[in-house]
Design a protein around this ligand. Structure first.
Ligand code: SF4
Length: 163
């Protein structure tokens, strides 16, 4: 299928940026529960499903995770790997699969624009957005609403990256 495209993270982040700019002017028509949302849901599930194995969490953070969907981690971890990563970099739940976070890290190093976001702490995923369109949620800002009491910790770690 189209999963091989994930191995070109630099190109993917450029496409992400272009899509972001292209969709912004339509913000007023793309509202949660609006008439056009079903089209966006369909587009995301088909397009992002084919390329990223998108699980339709409704809160897309692909550009912050090496253009690698964190929801494809069997444990749905959004902030890096669990303690069970094997020494060969494979998953403890699915031993034949490379850990999603191992791959995400490698890809983020190839992303000059958003690669540094890899170390950002992500808030807990809002399961109520599952099955909705992440582009719509992003334009409406509903994907940035965090649980009461959540404070995003500062990221003061500097990492060396290849541009
Ligand atoms: S982070 Fe969410 S919206 Fe983005 S590709 Fe993964 S499941 Fe889909």
């Amino acid at each position: 299928m189209l999963r091989f495209l994930q191995n070109y993270p630099k190109a993917m982040e450029t496409i992400y940026d272009a899509a972001h700019s292209a969709i912004k002017p339509f913000a007023r028509w793309l509202k949660p529960n609006g008439r056009l949302e079903p089209i966006m849901i369909w587009g995301e599930s088909v397009g992002k499903g084919a390329v990223f194995d998108c699980q339709m969490c409704g809160q897309c953070i692909l550009h912050s995770t090496g253009m690698t969907c964190p929801m494809t981690c069997p444990k749905n971890l959004r902030n890096g790997p669990c303690g069970g990563v094997r020494t060969n970099g494979h998953c403890e739940v699915k031993p034949d699969m490379r850990c999603v976070w191992t791959v995400a890290y490698e890809r983020s190093l190839q992303m000059p624009k958003y690669g540094h976001e890899f170390i950002q702490i992500q808030p807990p995923v809002n399961r109520r957005l599952e099955g909705t369109a992440s582009w719509v949620n992003m334009l409406a800002g509903t994907d940035t609403i965090t649980p009461k009491g959540w404070v995003t910790p500062p990221t003061d770690i500097s990492v060396e990256r290849s541009a």
